[in-house]
Design a protein around this ligand. Structure first.
Ligand code: GLC
Length: 661
């Protein structure tokens, strides 16, 4: 080891440093004192020397300690540290404070395809996967990104696919696994997401598991809910199926009764058996591995039953037991929503979350459960702060709108959800599906546009059942009147099947005028208005994630505001669900400007009309979207009337910025 001063002196002179070097080893003390001396000598010396290329490290060190090099270096060092810290702080602040983007299942409506009825590519009269692939442009046109396809598993079709024979296969009626994979790949390449139906409660009686269970294969013996009964004797208890009559059927092979909460061809799986849960998790993995983006969990409230199997209490205790045949006759205390159900669903969710870790591949879970007045039961499917469950349970309350079309009723139904939803959760709205009469038929054509407007201007995710975007109606048949083929054009079979004359259900006779092609050409059509509203919703922050505030409700009109802190642009929606044309006076709403210009009316002639806020006119079934500009937001003065989802990123910071403007 040589100290740098020694090296320097050895290299650049034979003066005192070189000479003294010989005696350095003599004593420590001497070396120290000589060392001090050398330092000053060397400093004197090296200031004479100009820096040169290839200086040894030791010489460099001497130069670098000179103030002219050291000070800028230190300044640079601290500057870098400060900048890095500032950058980290800014990044954290931006992440924490800036508006979060909505996830895909929040940003777009969910469109339900009933695959039998969407598009038939091979001419057998039943829609199929290739047909769906042919028609994906429809979603681009509508600006819809999330597609839920009702079941296409292999099935004997007793319940049109909700009776699954093989959860890992496609029914030949709909195509092949290759067709599915091609459909999914094409959807993904177009930025579309595919949501599948997942049916955990039951299988088909043709499922391999059921055959093994009825023959008492040791592994499968307890896969279903079996109990002793006699072939012609009384049923094990008074439980009834959703489709009517006893939910017990005697099986000759096993000599016992099995439970079926739906058709007798749909035996209920036994979720008290952990092997069944694991089987279902494997199936979830199977489809997630294929790349599906989410599941609609079918009929989940029926998954568990009380093990004691006691009779359920009758709604009317005086009704003779033999007349107890429908779900409405019993309090379904032992066959639905049993303790343990949410644990199973949360486990399903946890499995989906593993797949959601892949960036940009969030897997979505929506729950189907009809709990009618017991809204708190539905809300439990949102999970808790600590444990996630569904992203949302379907909100079916608006299906009841036709019972009493009026402004007050619409608000009541909307508030059933908004007033009960756990804080910070994301709402959703359903106005039709394959199990319910089309709302256009029950409420009447007059209200179709207004209902679509409601759906697309409320906060949260809208679900649109195929055909609602063109105002399709029920057909006149006793079963499945809401499942008729989608009306694409005025040609043969409405373009649903252009190869043969087969359609599995008759077409609605109005298809010559009510069809996609005709409505694309008419900018006042139900379709054009749906498209306009959906596009508006996605491009306008107040509509896609802003505050929602009730403004005015009466027998006819339901009216609300959508606004976002920090934005001057806001929207007033006024929908007349009543039975008469009315003039609505909103002059007491001081946050609204005096004049209100209609951005869009469901009654096209009123587009662009200007109303004084004291006289807003609407016809029966007319809805108005009014865009206005304001510096005074409505929500701070009416917190009780307003709602915003935390997920929708309400930020105090933006509020502060707004006040500082
Ligand atoms: C769901 C489906 C319905 C089906 C039932 C049994 O409610 O929407 O169509 O019959 O579950 O799977």
């Amino acid at each position: 080891y040589y100290d740098p001063l020694t090296v320097l002196s050895l290299m650049y002179g034979d003066g005192p440093a070189a000479r003294d070097n010989i005696s350095v080893s003599d004593s420590e003390e001497k070396r120290d004192s000589i060392g001090v001396k050398r330092l000053s000598d060397a400093r004197d010396e090296y200031t004479q020397i100009k820096p040169y290329a290839g200086m040894p490290k030791e010489v460099l060190v001497l130069y670098s300690s000179k103030a002219r090099y050291r000070v800028p270096r230190e300044i640079l060092f601290w500057l870098t540290v400060c900048c890095t810290l500032a950058l980290v702080a800014v990044t954290i602040a931006v992440i924490a404070l800036s508006p979060k983007c909505l996830s895909w299942w929040q940003a777009s409506p969910v469109y339900q395809i009933y695959p039998r009825s969407f598009k038939d590519s091979d001419g057998d009269g039943v829609g199929d996967l290739k047909g769906i692939k042919e028609k994906l442009d429809h979603f681009e046109y509508l600006n819809i990104k999330s597609i839920w396809i009702s079941p296409f598993y292999r099935s004997p079709m007793k319940d049109f696919g909700y009776d699954v024979e093989d959860f890992r296969d496609i029914d030949p009626l709909f195509g092949t696994m290759k067709d599915f994979e091609e459909l999914l790949a094409t959807m993904h390449s177009k930025g579309l997401r595919l949501i599948m139906d997942f049916i955990p409660n039951h299988t088909s009686d043709r499922h391999r598991w059921f055959n093994l269970s009825r023959t008492r294969d040791p592994h499968y013996e307890d896969y279903y809910v079996w109990t002793d009964c006699k072939p012609d004797g009384p049923k094990p208890n008074n439980w009834v199926s959703i489709f009517g009559n006893s939910s017990w059927t005697y099986d000759e092979v096993r000599g016992q009764c099995y439970l079926h909460q739906f058709l007798k061809e749909q035996p209920d799986l036994n979720f008290r058996n952990p092997d069944v849960i694991n089987e279902m998790i494997d199936i979830i993995h199977f489809w997630l591995d294929k790349g599906v983006d989410g599941f609609r969990m079918d009929a989940v409230k029926h998954m568990l039953e009380a093990p004691h199997m006691r009779d359920e209490p009758q709604v009317d205790p005086n009704k003779p037991p033999e007349l107890v045949t429908t779900e409405w006759d019993l309090h379904s205390d032992y066959t639905t929503s049993q303790v343990g159900l949410h644990d199973i669903l949360r486990e399903f969710r946890a499995q989906m979350d593993i797949y959601s870790q892949e960036p940009g591949r969030y897997r979505f879970m929506v729950i189907e459960s009809y709990d009618y007045e017991e809204v708190y039961k539905t809300m439990m499917y949102y999970g808790t702060k600590l444990e996630k469950e569904g992203d949302f349970p379907f909100n079916f309350y608006l299906l009841d709108l036709p019972q009493n079309t009026s402004g007050a009723w619409a608000k009541h139904l909307v508030h059933l959800w908004m007033g009960n939803m756990p804080k910070g959760k994301w709402p959703n709205w359903v106005v039709g599906n394959h199990d319910r009469t089309r709302i256009s038929s029950s409420a009447g054509q007059l209200y179709v546009r207004a209902i679509n407007m409601l759906l697309l201007t409320l906060p949260g995710t809208a679900t649109t059942y195929y055909g609602e975007e063109i105002g399709m109606e029920n057909i006149n048949v006793t079963a499945n009147p809401q499942r008729s083929p989608l009306q694409w054009n005025a040609n043969m079979n409405a373009g649903f099947n252009d190869k043969t004359n087969l359609t599995w259900l008759p077409l609605h006779p109005d298809y010559e005028t009510v069809n996609v092609e005709a409505q694309m050409k008419d900018d006042g059509s139900v379709l054009a208005q749906y498209r306009f509203l959906n596009t508006l919703r996605q491009s306008e922050l107040p509509l896609n994630r802003g505050w929602f505030c009730y403004v005015h409700t009466d027998a006819n009109v339901f009216s609300y505001i959508r606004e976002l802190d920090g934005l001057k642009r806001a929207f007033l929606i006024v929908v007349n669900f009543g039975k008469e044309s009315v003039v609505t006076d909103l002059s007491s709403v001081r946050e609204l400007p005096d004049e209100l210009k209609v951005l869009m009316s469901t009654n096209k002639v009123n587009d662009g009309k200007v109303f004084p806020k004291s006289r807003i006119q609407t016809e029966v079934g007319e809805g108005l979207v009014i865009q206005y500009s304001t510096n005074t937001r409505f929500n701070p003065n009416h917190p009780e009337e307003c709602y915003i989802s935390e997920k929708a990123c309400y930020l105090e910071t933006i509020g502060i910025l707004y006040k500082c403007q």
